[in-house]
Write a protein that binds this ligand. Structure first.
Ligand SMILES: Cc1ncc(COP(=O)(O)O)c(C=O)c1O
Length: 369
């Protein structure tokens, strides 16, 4: 069970999340040559465990870059100037994804819905039919900005593939708290970040790559060097990375993935479900209303409206100073109106109850002022 370290604050952000002493200590291992056997062994171990996280027999890549790097890698490796991509847009991170497609010279067909909800599968199907010949669908599974999860990753993936397009899933704030079996569901690329449900420090992005993508890249090389996936696969086959890896983070990720696999992916997913239900209930009892409707509520990010009269900055500062707990504010139209609590990684009943109590007491105190 995760022990809260008395020296630091309890991190209930939607990433980064609390990292165990065991994982932190792993980073103290010696600096080694990344072209030597010791690194090859470490890297191979990381890739093998990453495969188990994505539930794939196929290729995986770990980039020394935060989640945005993994997302840009997916976009730049698949989109060529003039290509069309279908992008459901329902928050900050899906808006950024649509922008990334345009920056790579593509056209993003946006399927929009209000922040706090998700576009329907019917809307997505309609957009795909209208787009006709499109290269890929880029779907953010869990909109960290609004606490909403698209409940149809498998169905949307199938729809994209039925149209002959690639299905790419940004699962940066969800994989590990949710299972996305990429082989079984036919996901062409799935991306996650080290600092979320995997409970490693920030700085690495993990990506799965289908055989169809590997074949496409063979025929149509990409114009990015740092994120050139085929180069990572070529070096990965030798146990290496093409460029100097963020070595301490690889040590940490290896240990964090060991923790995850020791618990078991299915158990971890179940725990995220139980702990998020406990958070939704507890926060509701404390008098705050969740942003997301029950059917699209995220199990890893709980976004709630402030009661009238509670000021965002004051609330979060009071919670941090008086209760030693960090939570996040809102994005875009939700800025100042909403706070977000992460339910990721090592989250357990003790941590959840402490957070609920602290939020309740802080809101009562601020309302009384
Ligand atoms: C869904 C989603 N996509 C992309 C990102 C960007 O990841 P990073 O901040 O690690 O670059 C985040 C970060 O929170 C995210 O939640």
């Amino acid at each position: 069970m995760y022990e809260v370290n008395a020296r630091q604050k309890l991190i209930m952000l939607p990433g980064p999340t609390n990292v165990s002493e065991r994982v932190m200590r792993a980073m103290l291992q010696p600096v080694i040559n990344h072209r030597g056997d010791a690194f090859r062994e470490l890297h191979r171990g990381v890739l093998e465990k990453t495969r188990r996280l994505f539930q794939t027999e196929g290729d995986v890549v770990v980039f020394s870059a935060s989640g945005t790097g993994g997302v840009e890698a997916a976009v730049w490796n698949l989109i060529r100037p003039g290509d069309v991509a279908v992008v459901p847009v329902f928050g900050e991170f899906s808006s950024r994804l649509a922008e990334a497609v345009e920056m790579a010279g593509g056209t993003a067909v946006k399927v929009a819905s209000e922040f706090g909800s998700v576009p329907s599968l019917g809307q997505i199907e309609e957009a795909m039919a209208e787009a006709g010949n499109f290269r890929a669908m880029f779907l953010v599974h869990n909109e960290t900005s609004t606490g909403v999860a698209a409940p149809y990753v498998q169905e949307a993936t199938k729809m994209a593939r039925d149209h002959g397009a690639f299905a790419v899933i940004d699962a940066i704030s969800s994989l590990g708290g949710y299972a996305i079996p990429v082989d079984a569901w036919g996901v062409d690329m799935c991306i996650t970040g080290s600092q979320k449900c995997v409970a490693a420090p920030p700085g690495l992005s993990l990506l799965s790559v289908s055989k169809r993508v590997v074949e496409f890249l063979r025929q149509s090389p990409t114009k990015t060097r740092y994120f050139e996936i085929s180069r990572y696969l070529e070096y990965g086959a030798k146990g290496e990375t093409p460029f100097t890896p963020a070595l301490p983070l690889f040590y940490a990720l290896d240990e964090a993935l060991k923790e995850l696999l020791e618990e078991g992916l299915a158990k971890r997913v179940q725990r995220h479900g139980e702990m998020s239900a406990r958070l939704y209930d507890g926060l509701s009892n404390a008098g705050v209303k969740a942003v997301a409707k029950p059917e699209v509520r995220s199990k890893t990010v709980i976004a709630s409206y402030y009661p009238p009269g509670v000021e965002d900055g004051v609330f979060r500062k009071t919670l941090a100073i008086e209760k030693d707990i960090l939570v996040a504010g809102g994005f875009g139209p939700f800025a100042g109106k909403v706070f977000r609590v992460g339910c990721m990684g090592h989250v357990n009943a003790e941590i959840v109850d402490r957070t609920i109590r602290a939020v309740d007491e802080t809101l009562s105190k601020l309302r009384a002022i």
